[in-house]
Write a protein of this length. Structure first.
Lengths: 256, 183, 183
């Protein structure tokens, strides 16, 4: 399984090639193409023997190496030489050099002190740090990606699930509102993830989501997030008594 | 002791909620009496010399909070936050951006919830524009996105909106689930 | 001046995100030069005498952050393990950071592998920003790094990126070749 581990380690064919070049102590400007191709193909073979799914990119690179090797070994017509330049390795060398720079840059990035790993900011909403009651803020910031993604998610769910299966499976938003309310009576603050990780089907996820939106609209709960991808927290805005009142008051909501 | 002071200060700063003496002793692996002393020192130091932050004892623990005297200033920062959108608003805005011109009933059909309030908010925030009325019974209003919407996202025009195909293409699993292309 | 100092300190403490000089001047109704002086003073003070907090310049603004030296202690406050950026993610991020604006096809040519999944992850983690579309056939999306990218790595701005040895521009002919475009 050593090869398997190796493959995990390489982020692509260029990474693998660089590793081979370095381990053979070759000059990147003067790659011994026959040797490198042989080793590269051997690793690809081992991958296949282990029934690993060899990604297409690794095979494309294998073909390129073989092509370069043949160009190096065979006499070349002048036409071809003109078309591809004198050294068939030139383009590969350029790509490897360029790739190497970004690989180094990636390593540099990894060494920079990172938020949540090396450096920490106050958790929770800044509003909590104010000594007096500040107006509650239930909002999130958005990027273009989030906008497009919101629509994409909505369409994917809407197309396949919400309007057909919800009815069939008798999942009602009202039931989920009651369920969420019950949990919020027990805990004043729950992470969104806690709601979604218990092996839910997609329809259940959608209905839970709609229930959360509805509770927010009713100003019963607050959904908050500190930075854009951090944990999303639900906390109750309403009193437990108010929440208890929602549990049976299903006729008030006209959903199913 | 200086090391302990820095550790305690950082814990209180990062936690975001009041930390009890027991919790601090546990986290900093230190004696409660020492911690008490450090806290007293820090608290005194923040109180002296006109700082904007106070170390206060609250809800059975300790927490850094802003000086109440500065609240009138700090409230100005709270107002700034209104520039953000809720999840419901985002969803509605997304539908309108990709499906415009669209009526409220169509939005509500897609979202499955009443969207009157969200529409009002979006209109108030100048993100939407009324494009006219749909030629169907009842002549409902047609909504579209505003100029300000384009500015907010740095778009030249609506053609610059990322297509759903491009996002689906990032994630092969999603490609099959894409019967609804952006219109 | 002591009043201004307290106000600035409290703003930075409560904001939760880096505040620019412009913003601080606006919020505190003060002169930018005065604010700069106050910040320099605060920053020096937090740096001296073994504090657990630092005032740093990041993403074009100023922010209180914990002292990196205390990371081993502060990690104990974290419930879940931090999701580390994978080698593939860092590689992709590096390409985008240094070459922005850049298309997916260009990234894939440089990395030699399909990068859709990684791009999606980076977008979801808010490390990227869509900068528009490239004016070539197919109008592919152009990616760049986000403000949060600067915040995550504690960079003042993009000029603050680590300089790379021999970081010559890529041969334009190479990028135009783009053999991975179709995949």
């Amino acid at each position: 399984m050593t090869v398997d581990i190796k493959l995990e380690k390489f982020s692509g064919p260029l990474d693998l090639l660089l590793h081979l070049i370095k381990s053979q102590e070759m000059d990147i400007y003067d790659i011994r193409i026959v040797e490198i191709t042989e080793q590269y193909l051997k690793i690809i073979d081992q991958m296949k023997q282990l029934d690993l799914d060899v990604a297409g990119e690794f095979l494309v690179m294998a073909a390129q190496l073989i092509h370069i090797k043949s160009r190096m070994l065979l006499p070349v017509s002048e036409e071809l030489a003109e078309e591809e330049g004198d050294d068939p390795r030139a383009e590969l060398v350029k790509r490897l050099l360029e790739y190497q720079r970004y690989k180094q840059a990636a390593e540099l990035f990894d060494q920079l002190p990172q938020l949540e790993r090396d450096i920490f900011l106050p958790k929770g909403d800044g509003a909590d740090l104010l000594l007096e009651d500040a107006p509650q803020d239930t909002e999130l910031t958005i990027s273009l990606f989030q906008l497009a993604n919101a629509f994409h998610q909505l369409m994917t769910h809407a197309a396949t699930e919400v309007f057909h299966e919800v009815v069939r499976e008798n999942l009602s938003v009202t039931d989920y509102i009651a369920m969420i309310s019950r949990r919020l009576i027990e805990h004043s603050r729950i992470s969104l993830r806690d709601f979604f990780q218990s092996g839910y089907q997609r329809t259940e996820l959608v209905v839970t989501f709609l229930a959360l939106l509805e509770l927010t609209r009713m100003r019963m709960i607050k959904i908050e997030q500190v930075t854009t991808f951090s944990e999303v927290w639900l906390s109750r805005l309403a009193t437990t008594d108010q929440l208890r009142r929602i549990c049976p008051a299903e006729e008030a909501l006209d959903y199913d | 002791m200086t090391e302990l002071r820095a550790v305690i200060e950082a814990f209180l700063f990062v936690a975001g909620f009041p930390l009890t003496l027991d919790k601090l002793a546990d986290l900093a692996e230190a004696d409660k009496l020492d911690i008490k002393e450090v806290i007293a020192g820090l608290s005194e130091e923040y109180c002296r010399c006109h700082r904007g932050i106070r170390l206060v004892e609250v809800a059975g623990g300790y927490q850094f909070r802003s000086d109440p005297a500065l609240a009138p200033w700090l409230r100005r920062l709270q107002k700034e936050r209104v520039q953000r959108l809720s999840a419901a608003a985002l969803e509605t805005l997304a539908i309108i951006a990709y499906r415009q011109p669209v009526t409220r009933a169509e939005i509500e059909y897609l979202r499955g919830v009443d969207s009157g309030g969200v529409l009002k908010t979006l209109l108030e925030r100048n993100l939407l524009r009324i494009l006219g009325k749909k030629e169907v019974p009842g002549r409902p209003l047609l909504y579209g996105t505003s100029r300000y919407f384009l500015e907010l996202f740095g778009l030249k025009d609506l053609n610059d909106l990322p297509t759903l195909k491009e996002f689906a293409a990032l994630d092969p699993e999603l490609v099959e689930a894409l019967p609804l292309e952006s219109s």
